[in-house]
Design a protein around this ligand. Sequence first.
Ligand code: NAD
Ligand code: UDP
Length: 340
Amino acid sequence: FDPTTRTISYLQPRSYLPVKSLIQGEKKRILVTGGAGFVGSHLVDRLMLIGHEVIVLDNFFTGRKNNLSHWMGHPNFELIRHDVVDPFLIEVDQIYHLACPASPPHYQYNPIKTVKTSVMGTINMLGLAKRVKARFLLTSTSEVYGDPEEHPQAETYWGHVNPIGPRACYDEGKRVAETLTYAYMHQDSVDVRVARIFNTFGPRMNENDGRVVSNFIMQALKGEELTIYGDGLQTRSFQYVHDLVDGLILLMNKDYMEPVNLGNPDEYTIREFAELIRNEVNSSCKIKTLPAPTDDPKKRRPDISRAEQILGWKPRWPVKQGIGETVKYFQRQMEAGLIG
Ligand code: NAD
Ligand code: UDP
């Protein structure tokens, strides 16, 4: 825009990251629900770079347009504000169904809406897949295993979930989403994939979404005390987001319909993890203990034999390296005044 002449110049095209040119037949139309969120935006980046056409549906509950601003206006990209609880019709070849808040404070903020998103949203997207004969991938979760009595957790484990606790809206919502997925497969021959995702972190996590990785990094960057909930002996296994995106795309394009765990088996107690963040970010930070949340799973580690065997996939990013990248991201956001 030239303010002197008050005219808009149409001559300078916007520059984008270089996307591949796929030949007809290879180029797919792909719908990503929840594509403005943390995982979804990384998946969109990869699908765009590969050269596909990508349509994102998002209601921006936890997602942000900023996560996708670098694709706005690209001829292969479309962003639509839509709540998956309402039906949606579009011609696509593949559907990655991610729409659902994932951090405990977010999914517990409005538990009824979380259940509706998982149940009605998944019915709508499966109905769409059936109607347009698209392949459908559900991003399920390690939470379907609940507070597990089997360790590590393999896909054959049925889980140990409290159906009426504060986590139930998410855990049971995803369990029903899996049930629906296999019902549509058996009853209506929908071509389905189910990824059970374990704790994932990386740039574009919401800085205040309450998950342990973003909490600890932000606390350490601000010189605040790191908050450990409970005795800190509970464990989690953390995977870097680029590994997850590799796994999701491999699974979508493989002829395999059973659930597949995607996670990094590198397991830490939360206390060990706090020490790791302190060493990487700010060794002068103190640690404080807060009460343990209700039904907090005591241990969690994926058995990834199936992913290794079927997809030839295993995580490539060491946790420390991923943490380094994530810290740099939050630092840059703070310097730019985007977060405080
Ligand atoms: P996120 O909260 O960053 O992203 C979720 C996205 O879905 C957001 O953009 C949000 O606005 C959108 N959304 C929520 N409800 C919606 C609705 N009703 N209609 C349309 N859009 C809606 O979470 P994330 O970490 O990116 O998780 C993405 C998916 O992966 C979720 O399905 C989650 O259950 C699954 N998952 C994530 C993890 C993890 O550690 N990040 C672990 C297991 C499973
Ligand atoms: N946690 C913690 N301090 C925090 C946030 C979380 O000790 O500031 C603990 C939480 O109680 C849980 C673990 O870290 O045991 C992982 O929590 P998160 O919310 O990241 O994921 P989820 O519980 O869904 O695995």
